[in-house]
Design a protein around this ligand. Structure first.
Ligand SMILES: [Fe+2]
Length: 500
């Protein structure tokens, strides 16, 4: 039964066949071809909490193919927002693709027109050389700040989204702040400034902090600040030796911002000539350490280093009573190169025991020391914490993951880590794959894990996605609702208590 009012262009049968390989991870990521409006989800287990009211939003790849051409990279799928409105009695579901200008142009043309971060256009060098305008996938996260809901993608501008209808309002440059004005040539190379998909909102000031890494006549790291009223400014521009790749950063309540810059660099000439996608051009230098960049509240920069590592996502960070900075992240001891990401997207995932490990870094900027140790015997990704504890001392982290002794190749469990004791718990089964768990504190709660977890769970037996409400303390399922289709596992979401 179709509820949708829009039928999207369908990948060719041959292309679908290519992905009908074996792994439930691949089936979980089947393209979504319909857009649904306010579908009441069927409750298939448990009961909905009557005091759980608000809206869960999620962003992620809706489809990995366009007109029979498959994207080569996990990060290139077209962004699709899902909306789950809870009123204590039922959940209403809606989904919409983000109508970026590239999406609309490609839908109209009926073919792929733009290169992506990890995918070149079909046709080789002739079609890719000197084409430096890339598709803004708008697929990574959603944020609410300054009166706007925005879909974010780290390589370009945010897209403003109507929080009720999910219609795309516009491509948003913060009244010109995100226009490249470094020089005439820079503005030609990259007219729009990148705005990462992992902004952090300061717990006291409400200021949104973010960063972007910009290629051009110089390699620049740009630090942004957006006031609670939505007024944005470039707070700092840091010139870098290489055009590195960074996905996330941390902000402490004390006002420190910390980035880990792995010694990887885009090979810009190769990407410019169309010989490879930007992602495939990345070169890794394992002989070098990872740069730990600490920016003090007053803007002073400390350049420290740690062993070679790559961190997609940090868990949290804070300044300890002795002045040291504690940074918890999910540490890979290798860089996930584009060939690996392509294999992963196609379900070729070997159990090589090389997941991202929950790791604590202790940083002393004055002594220029960085030490690290495992936080728990768990691997994980897509970590979340209690929403009131960003930048502060905290105890619990949740995410997808697995114990390091686990014998399945994917992060197929929901995990809870006590970062103070190192103890972890997990739940899951061999038939399902979870997405990022969002933490929603119970009304009036005073205990950190007195909360619900909201996450999507692809069930390989039904080939559909379920919405799960779980108890954040025990991880036990409280309620489970069934969607009319699968949603690819996706990336990041948020909870708005007042958007129902
Ligand atoms: Fe992310």
């Amino acid at each position: 039964m179709l509820y949708g009012n829009i039928k999207l262009l369908i990948p060719s049968a041959m292309a679908i066949q290519r992905y009908k390989v074996l792994h439930d991870y691949v089936r979980a990521n089947e393209c979504v071809l319909d857009e649904y409006s306010d579908v009441v989800l069927d409750l298939i287990e448990g009961e909905l909490p009557t005091d759980l009211a608000g809206v869960l939003y999620r962003n992620g790849n809706g489809r990995f193919a366009h007109q029979g051409v498959w994207y080569d990279h996990l990060f290139d799928g077209d962004g699709m927002i899902s909306r789950f409105a809870f009123d204590g009695k039922q959940v209403r579901y809606r989904n919409r693709y983000v109508r970026t200008s590239e999406f609309l142009e490609e839908e109209k043309a009926g073919r792929m027109l733009y290169r992506s971060f990890g995918t070149n256009l079909p046709g080789g060098i002739i079609r890719n050389a000197f084409r430096m305008r890339f598709k803004n996938a708008a697929n990574t996260s959603v944020v609410w700040h300054g009166g706007h809901m925005m879909a974010l993608w780290e390589g370009g501008l945010p897209h403003r989204i109507d929080p009720v209808t999910l219609e795309t309002i516009d491509r948003y440059d913060y009244n010109g702040v995100l226009r490249n004005q470094f020089s005439w040539l820079d503005s030609r190379i990259m007219p729009e400034l990148p705005f990462s998909a992992h902004p952090k909102i300061h717990p006291d000031t409400g200021v949104l902090h973010n960063f972007g890494t910009l290629a051009g006549t110089k390699q620049r790291l740009i630090m942004y600040e957006v006031n609670p009223d939505g007024k944005a400014r470039i707070g700092q521009v840091i010139e870098m030796d290489d055009m590195t790749f960074s996905h996330d950063f941390v902000l402490t309540q004390s006002g420190h911002r910390i980035l880990f810059l792995t010694p990887v660099a885009f090979d810009m000439p190769r990407a410019l000539l169309g010989l490879t996608s930007p992602a495939a051009s990345i070169k890794v230098d394992r002989a070098k350490p990872t740069l730990v960049l600490v920016i003090d509240p007053d803007g002073t920069i400390h350049r420290l280093s740690t062993d070679f590592c790559f961190v997609f996502h940090f868990v949290n960070a804070y300044q300890d009573t002795d002045g040291k900075l504690i940074v918890d992240g999910l540490m890979l001891d290798y860089f996930p190169e584009s060939a690996l990401m392509k294999a992963y997207l196609q379900g070729d995932v070997a159990d090589d025991g090389a997941g991202a490990r929950f790791t604590r870094y202790t940083i002393d900027p004055e002594a220029k020391q960085v030490t690290h140790a495992p936080l728990a015997d768990y691997e994980g990704e897509l970590p979340e914490i209690h929403p009131d504890l960003l930048g502060k001392v905290y105890r619990y982290a949740w995410g997808i993951g697995r114990p390091i002794t686990h014998n399945r190749p994917l992060a197929d469990q929901i995990v809870k880590i006590d970062v103070q004791t190192g103890q972890g718990t997990h739940t899951g089964n061999e038939h399902s794959l979870p997405s990022e768990p969002i933490v929603v504190p119970r009304p009036g709660s005073t205990v950190e894990d007195d909360a619900w977890l909201l996450y999507l769970l692809f069930d390989d037996r039904t080939q559909a996605t379920d919405l799960v409400v779980a108890d954040a303390a025990s991880l036990a399922t409280v309620a489970r609702l069934r969607l009319p289709h699968n949603i690819p596992l996706g990336f990041h979401g948020m909870w708005l208590p007042d958007a129902g």
